[in-house]
Design a binder for this molecule. Structure first.
Ligand code: IPE
Ligand code: IPE
Ligand code: MG
Length: 256
């Protein structure tokens, strides 16, 4: 990850919407990505898994830039799950240190490119140094309006739903909410994503046909695209090709 400030490019002025062949009127407003395959990428090259995560961080930077340029309003990236805490201590530590480095090196680019930074997940479980960098990045970007970038960190869909259920139950117990007033909107308001639309498009890299506890509630009607490409090999060209595929789909929402 480069931290040289001269590398910080202002992207907004260089966008050419006609270049990529996408229909701007039919872009998903929210794209969510399960970034998988860093370990296998490294393994294939006989490298340490951590090298795969390092290369994966470069892909994150590229995808953030690309989505901003294309005009996506919300980008949510699954970076660390509640289950990932069960990985070897050394790998968890390397991921946390990489995350901290990323937050520091990308902060200025987010500021310059009008990107608002957000985290979904159990922030309080992250190392204090990471929490501090998250707070700094959130503060530095909080008035930005170009794109909302959310990293899912120590995120689990079930834990998120349990948190929501507890909050709603407490409102009922305290007489602030009646049982009959609970609707899907009530639940949605208590999720980490309360200020976002649901993702219209969910991408998973590295071929696994599963959700792995990501955004369980929010992806009820998301279009799913699984690519065999390993995350470190994922490219801007493939992202655009997936967006084109999405634009060709017939979203019926149960209707005929
Ligand atoms: C995704 O890559 C990154 C995280 C889950 C942190 P993996 O580390 O899961 O890579 P594979 O699935 O082992 O190849
Ligand atoms: C999902 O990948 C979590 C993230 C991408 C952060 P995993 O590699 O942890 O998922 P499984 O174990 O293949 O389901
Ligand atoms: Mg994996």
């Amino acid at each position: 990850m480069k931290s040289d400030p001269s590398d910080t490019k202002k992207l907004a002025d260089t966008i050419n919407p006609l270049e990529n062949g996408l229909d701007r009127a039919k872009l998903p407003s929210h794209v969510a990505i399960i970034m998988d395959g860093n370990g296998r990428w490294a393994q294939k090259k006989l490298l340490n898994r951590v090298m795969g995560h390092e290369k994966g961080a470069d892909t994150v930077r590229m995808v953030v830039r690309s989505c901003r340029e294309i005009g996506i309003s919300f980008l949510t990236l699954y970076a660390f799950s509640t289950e990932n805490w069960q990985r070897p201590k050394t790998e968890v530590a390397a991921l946390m240190s990489l995350l901290k480095k990323f937050l520091v090196s990308e902060r200025q680019e987010m500021v310059v490119n009008n990107i608002r930074f957000n985290v979904i997940g159990e922030r309080e479980r992250l190392p204090q140094a990471v929490q501090d960098e998250i707070q700094r990045t959130r503060d530095a970007t909080k008035t930005n309006t170009g794109m909302c970038l959310s990293l899912a960190l120590s995120y689990g869909g079930r834990a998120e739903l349990v948190k929501a259920v507890k909050e709603v139950a407490a409102s009922v117990r305290d007489g602030r909410l009646s049982l009959d007033a609970i609707t899907p909107e009530t639940v949605a308001r208590h999720l980490y994503t309360s200020d976002m639309p649901d993702p219209e498009l969910l991408i998973r890299t590295s071929g696994e046909m599963r959700i792995s506890n990501f955004l369980l509630w929010q992806i009820a009607y998301a279009e799913i695209y699984v690519t065999n490409t390993l995350w470190p090999d994922f490219s801007r060209e493939e992202l655009i090709q997936i967006l084109k595929d999405y634009q060709g789909r017939d979203r019926r929402f149960g209707r005929v």
